[in-house]
Write a new protein. Structure first.
Length: 127
């Protein structure tokens, strides 16, 4: 029972600040080539912005990607970017839940489940 109380306090400690200020937490990465390794950085978006994930395409193949925060009215835009002398078509998609612009196949829900299970395992000594 005490472990459950510790878990609840930890959960509130992690989530309460974001619930009070109302700003969205998203992943950020610069425009990068798809094959290159990268590190996603957690960022707090300014008010009235959404998370975005950008996909750059060249010759019908995904070639670039980026993530971050964007004003709602700029979502779903498409434009071209010239990188290394190659013109890529960048399309942007937005979402409105925390960390929703994560990697393909990883959603905010699965991230929360993973964090919860890891926390429970550590607190019960199973880790």
């Amino acid at each position: 029972m005490l472990q459950l109380l510790h878990f609840a306090v930890l959960w509130l400690y992690l989530l309460l600040p974001s619930m009070l200020c109302g700003n969205l937490f998203c992943y950020f990465s610069h425009i990068l080539e798809v094959e290159k390794p990268y590190e996603l950085i957690v960022t707090e978006c300014p008010p009235n912005t959404l998370c975005f994930k950008a996909d750059g395409r060249y010759a019908n193949k995904s070639s670039l990607s980026a993530r971050g925060c964007m004003a709602k009215e700029d979502c779903s835009q498409v434009h071209t970017i010239n990188l290394y002398g190659i013109v890529h078509t960048m399309s942007y998609g937005c979402c409105d839940s925390p960390y929703c612009n994560s990697c393909p196949g990883v959603t905010a829900n699965s991230l929360c489940i993973t964090v919860t299970l890891t926390t429970v395992a550590v607190m019960t000594g199973s880790w």
